[in-house]
Ligand binder design. Sequence first.
Ligand SMILES: *Cc1c(COP(=O)(O)O)cnc(C)c1O
Length: 355
Amino acid sequence: MIFNIKKLVQPHLRKFLPYQSARRIGGKGDIWLNANESPFSINYLTKKNNLNRYPECQPKNVILKYANYSKVNVKNILVTRGSDEGIDLLNRTFCIPNKDSIMIFPPTYDMYSVSARIMGINVKQVPLLKNWNLDILNIKLNIKNVKIIYLCRPNNPTGNCFDDKILKKVLEIADRKAIVVVDEAYIEFCYNKTITSWLYDYSNLVILRTFSKAFSLAGLRCGFLLSNENIIKILSTIIPPYPISTPTSEIAEEALNKKNINTIKNNIVLLNQNKDWLIQSLKNNILVEKICHSEANYILVKFYLSDKVFTFLWNEGIVVRNQSEKTNLKGYLRISIGTKNECRKLIDSLNLLKL
Ligand SMILES: *Cc1c(COP(=O)(O)O)cnc(C)c1O
């Protein structure tokens, strides 16, 4: 008799739909505008050969350099295996399964809820308003049992930054009740909007950072969690003993050298210019219904017959992200900003499409 192993799986995970990452969705072609990665690859040299030894749990040099880069104290930084590990760690540390909730504001990054649902943590959704702002009234009404509020600024996929004033309201609503996690995965594209200086005013604030976007290191799997010392200390007791491999921390250190930071800054300027060019070009295209204002390295665009546009581009080898199934995003595609050449090819292809 064949035993059905699924019977051993936790009931809520037997039909679990995994996070729909760009890699999992796949596609073929040579223009990848679907994962908000940097189109620029930077070459790093790893040097050491001491892989017989375990790495440091929290590599000191990486933290020192990130402190210097972010202007945050070393005591306020935790290095993680990408910010996805930070999300997992927060959920595991603060939420009791089948009792506590996280709160999210769709449309937003899916990993907050995927991680929570795997752990049996409830997910309260308070959709963004029509102008993509936070719905403060409904946040207040639904705060009961919420242990963590996740918001993303600039928000993925809408591209906007919620106002400082509104953010402060959320922090006040959550005061003594919940942690507020502000995901700054794309903050390098609008660096003056970072709220790292607020860490010293709010004891319930956590900021997530990553090397996966502006730093051109999605393949490295390295992120940072910034918070007050108490939260960092608690999370340090829960984090796995060796989250960061030795080669990862070497490359992370190298990425934070002055020369590389300058390269990254120049790339950001280029990408922001390409974004402006792409927006101007899309404005002249009859397939485009609406372009959302974006502070990040992607734009959310509403197309007439978006599924047709998506499939047409897919067949042309240009892979963008279809957002049509997401909350309030019917007809929307998200386009990552590529090189100037990639942006041009996208526009040339769109001009070929006749409805
Ligand atoms: C891409 C992205 C991340 C990055 O996650 P990593 O695990 O660091 O690669 C985090 N948050 C948001 C909103 C993102 O879009």
